[in-house]
Design a protein around this ligand. Structure first.
Ligand SMILES: *[C@@H]1O[C@H](CO)[C@@H](O)[C@H](O)[C@H]1NC(C)=O
Ligand SMILES: *[C@@H]1O[C@H](CO)[C@@H](O)[C@H](O)[C@H]1NC(C)=O
Ligand SMILES: *[C@@H]1O[C@H](CO)[C@@H](O)[C@H](O)[C@H]1NC(C)=O
Ligand SMILES: *[C@@H]1O[C@H](CO)[C@@H](O)[C@H](O)[C@H]1NC(C)=O
Ligand SMILES: *[C@@H]1O[C@H](CO)[C@@H](O)[C@H](O)[C@H]1NC(C)=O
Length: 660
């Protein structure tokens, strides 16, 4: 049962890890704003301002549309992002879900909305963010760039935001890295990637949307390589360096990857596109990043998958636990192709073999090829436009993913911000299965753990147990479950228990309230005392026709909020469980985001939830077992999580960092 350690209340940190360098920080620099108070103020003061701004924005866009146009999204209207030539950015299904566009949207108030802002996830101070761009480690700092609208909490006017960190957790916001100031990017400084050359210098390739909305690739580099903060960026005078080749439409050519070395010593990149309904990845070789030679082969192509955005391509080791630098190749290496599906907004990947000689790649298993419905996903919840980078400082590959909102644009405008980045994840090949990746929150996140409570309990069928950890809005949970052998034997040995594993899916089998023989069981997070709102994250174990067990990892957001203007899906997928393994899950809860990692990160689910009652001190944690027959033992630790320091931009802070 529970240990007697009391959980500490979340308290202000003594020392700012970004500014202190271990020693006492300069008292003049103690301008680090605590996350909580600031956001309340921000939401309140900017909320009204941005409603006004957004109405103005709609009005200037199309004078005939009234304010109601924000809500009156119909299937026939084409969104700003679609028109501009990128994937859908708003939750256009929202108003179709409610079925009745005359139903009033939920009456959000400022205390609810300000609670939604996260405490240890990366977000800009305000406004809209989307894709991660050009992540890298340079002279002691992790750099993070991102697609950013400096003017509103909705997509548009995209430039590159920029922040630095020593540990991927605590951040300092820096001035915009690149703005839309050239004909070749005047409609948007879109997504790109960094390559670190052998001499340590950095090249950045990014997509610009030109004054005529043609997608072109541009080259940029740091103005001062001695500046560890990389504050100023220079765009190459010969831009654009690549324009859409013959046969490729002007809005189907975007998001260059990090370059890797060929065996001939050239650099190679790939860029997503499509031909009719076939998603493709074009390949180019270069020696100077200014002129390119297109290969007549494609890295890969998959029919009926539509436009590929944000393609990522990287090696993983078959034997090693380390990540691999992007150019590494050899017999112990597999290669991952990831593409973000413009049509479905899902990041799909596959494990396969790369041929250096002709720049092509083939999947190990064509039945789970990139982008087809059976293929693997980084995440079965909300997770898109992701990008990895090789962290040469810790020999690991790190994955960033954009986590958008599941609420309405109107609510985003009211709260003054939209979107998060997921906690960066280390990503490696699952050497046990050889068939999938495993993703895990970077180890640095543990620095936010405050005191913990450990629990060991037996959970009988049909139980719901409150777990006393105090407020449960910022948690890290690591848990191990085991179904009692008697329960399993009873089910497997009973011919009248119907096999259901073949039919079961998290999405379509009714969620966490539907009871099966051996599941569901897991945690309900962000639940109020009466369980009127709750978000269950759980395993469902089902018997198959072969009398073997199949395990699913799911998150059910259908009861996560009373609000009618949020999307509340049931997410999840099968998770591989090998012989002798216990069932394990890790959950990070941070206000409106919940990240679940099943079986060490074989299956991951990120969800956005917007409770109206289970907030602040009323947010609780429960353990449940809704199986009919299974008695489960649960062994788990719950940590309260501190808030990260995410400094607003200020010249003083930047001066202090430059001195380091
Ligand atoms: C917001 O609404 C909730 C529920 O109705 C209420 O308890 C809370 O006091 C309200 N907060 C503000 C700032 O109005
Ligand atoms: C990693 O970065 C830190 C901080 O700049 C530095 O002290 C250390 O030497 C680096 N380690 C490696 C292996 O590059
Ligand atoms: C694309 O579709 C058009 C119309 O069906 C067809 O004429 C054309 O050959 C297709 N292009 C390719 C490359 O398949
Ligand atoms: C690329 O090279 C590999 C290895 O030589 C070969 O098996 C494959 O067929 C080639 N692919 C294409 C499209 O030429
Ligand atoms: C076998 O399963 C059926 C259907 O679930 C149930 O009615 C029956 O009691 C079970 N038999 C035993 C021996 O557990």
């Amino acid at each position: 049962m529970a240990s007697s350690d009391a959980l500490l209340p979340i308290s202000a940190r003594e020392e700012d890890p970004l500014l202190s360098d271990g020693s006492r920080s300069d008292p003049n620099l103690e301008t680090h704003f605590r996350r909580r108070p600031v956001k309340g103020l921000l939401a309140v003061s900017f909320g009204l301002l941005f409603i006004a701004f957004y109405v103005a924005l709609i009005a200037t866009h199309d004078g005939s549309r009234s304010k109601d146009a924000i809500i009156d999204e119909t299937a026939t209207s084409t969104s700003r992002a679609r028109l501009a030539g990128v994937s859908e950015k708003s939750n256009d299904q929202l108003w179709k879900l409610s079925g009745d566009r005359n139903t009033a949207a939920f009456a959000w108030n400022n205390s609810m909305l300000s609670w939604q802002r996260t405490a240890f996830h990366f977000q800009p101070e305000q406004n809209w963010m989307n894709d991660p761009n050009g992540p890298l480690f340079y002279k002691g700092y992790y750099h993070f760039f991102y697609q950013y609208n400096p003017n509103a909490a909705v997509w548009g006017d995209i430039v590159w935001g920029h922040a630095v960190s020593k540990d991927l957790i605590h951040w300092v916001h820096l001035p915009l890295a690149m703005v839309a100031d050239q004909w070749y990017d005047s409609n948007g400084v879109w997504t790109g990637s960094a390559t670190i050359l052998p001499d340590g210098s950095i090249v950045m390739l990014y997509t610009g949307s030109t004054d005529k909305s043609v997608q072109v690739q541009n080259l940029a580099y740091p103005e001062d390589p001695n500046d560890p903060l990389l504050l100023k960026w220079v765009k190459f005078s010969g831009n654009p360096v690549l324009v859409p080749p013959p046969g490729i439409l002007p809005k189907d050519f975007r998001d260059p990857t990090t370059a890797w070395k060929t065996s001939e010593g050239k650099w190679r990149i790939t860029i997503g596109s499509k031909i009719n309904r076939t998603g493709i990845s074009l390949v180019y070789d270069t020696t100077d990043f200014k002129t390119y030679e297109r290969l007549d082969t494609l890295l890969h192509a998959v029919p009926n998958t539509g436009m590929w955005e944000c393609v990522d391509f990287y090696p993983v080791s078959k034997t090693d636990v380390n990540g691999l630098e992007t150019s590494v190749n050899g017999p112990d290496v597999k290669h991952i192709v990831k593409a973000s599906m413009d049509d479905t907004r899902i990041d799909h990947y596959a494990v396969g073999t790369y041929f250096d000689s002709n720049g092509t790649w083939i999947p190990d298993d064509p039945t789970i090829d990139v982008g087809i419905s059976t293929s693997l996903r980084y995440d079965y919840g909300k997770f898109y436009a992701s990008k990895t980078f090789y962290d040469q400082n810790k020999s690991r590959r790190i994955l960033w993913g954009w986590i958008s909102e599941s609420d309405s644009e109107a609510a985003d405008v009211q709260k003054g911000w939209s979107s998060l980045q997921g906690i960066p994840r280390t990503v490696v090949l699952d050497t046990k299965t050889g068939k999938n990746l495993v993703q895990w929150p970077v180890e640095e996140i543990k620095s936010l753990r405050l005191s913990s409570k450990k629990f060991d309990m037996e959970v009988s069928p049909g139980s719901m147990i409150p777990i006393d950890v105090g407020s449960a809005a910022q948690l890290d949970i690591e848990a191990e479950f085991e179904i009692k052998k008697e329960s399993i034997d009873k089910i497997l040995g009973n011919a009248s228990v119907v096999a259901e594993a073949e039919e079961f899916s998290c999405q379509n089998s009714g969620g966490s309230t539907v009871r099966g023989a051996l599941g569901p069981f897991g945690f309900s997070v962000l639940a109020d005392e009466k369980l009127s709102e709750q978000t269950p994250i759980y395993f469902y174990v089902a018997k198959g026709k072969d009398s073997k067990l199949k395990t699913f990892f799911c998150t059910d957001t259908s009861r996560s909020s009373f609000a009618n203007d949020v999307i509340k899906p049931i997410y999840g997928s099968v998770v591989p469980v090998l012989k002798g393994e216990k069932l394990t899950m890790r959950i990070l809860v941070d206000h409106s985001i919940v990240e679940g990692f099943g079986q060490g990160g074989r299956t991951c689910i990120t969800s956005r939830v917007y409770p109206t009652k289970a907030i602040y001190g009323a947010a609780k944690l429960f353990l449940f077992n809704n199986a009919i027959d299974a008695t489960v033992t649960a062994s788990f630790t719950v940590w309260q999580m501190n808030s990260a320091f995410i400094h607003p931009y200020s010249e003083d802070v930047v001066r202090a960092l430059s001195r380091n």
